[in-house]
Design a protein around this ligand. Structure first.
Ligand code: ZN
Length: 193
């Protein structure tokens, strides 16, 4: 197989790219050696060599511990648990959270053989102490909520306060357009005005 075929095959494995868009991307890169191909190759090599999971929180960074764990302006008494790095990035984009994180890397799943050991849950519980806040920002799926309950049970013994993200009507949302599950959750989580 030629180098070009290898490149196309590797690109086709990227999320959101099929064989057709992988061929287009490969052609684009090869035609722009200096402006696209070489900078991308260098960035990939640097990422492969330098980016590692933070030993404290599981965030990816070139520094160990990561920049979020080392930032003294962030509240060390709040830990927000997320499934994946994409969720951490989504929360960071809001600018509304100034605590720290714990990236699980998945959810508990008996079917897939993913237990607490695979998700660094023990390391999370070890970070907690009385007076801290643990925010469970897990997906509103069955697996996400099962994992949240499992962590909340273990965290109770540490004396940390446990909270979770609210579920309900999205900002700007119209009731008529919501699915039944979202509307039911919103009704159950109603608050005094
Ligand atoms: Zn970290």
């Amino acid at each position: 197989m030629s180098e070009l075929d290898t490149l196309i095959q590797l690109l086709a494995r990227l999320p959101g790219l099929g064989p057709r868009s992988a061929r287009r991307a490969a052609l684009y890169l090869i035609k722009r050696r200096e402006s696209a191909l070489e900078p991308l190759a260098a960035a990939l090599a640097r990422a492969a060599a330098e980016i590692r999971p933070c030993p404290v929180c599981g965030n990816l960074d070139t520094a160990q511990p990561c920049a979020i764990c080392r930032d003294p302006r962030r509240d060390a008494a709040a830990i927000c648990v997320v499934e994946d790095l994409a969720d951490l990035w989504a929360l960071e984009r809001t600018g509304a959270y100034r605590g720290r994180y714990h990236v699980l890397g998945g959810t508990l799943s008996a079917l897939d053989g993913i237990g607490p050991e695979e998700l660094s849950i023990g390391r999370l519980i070890a970070r907690l102490s009385a007076g801290m806040e643990l925010i469970l920002a897990l997906n509103a799926t069955v697996e996400g909520q099962t994992t949240a309950h499992y962590i909340a049970d273990l965290a109770a013994a540490t004396g940390a306060r446990v909270s979770r993200l609210a579920q309900g009507v999205p900002v700007g949302g119209e009731l008529d357009y919501l699915d039944d599950g979202t509307l039911t959750a919103a009704l159950k989580a109603r608050r005094p005005l």
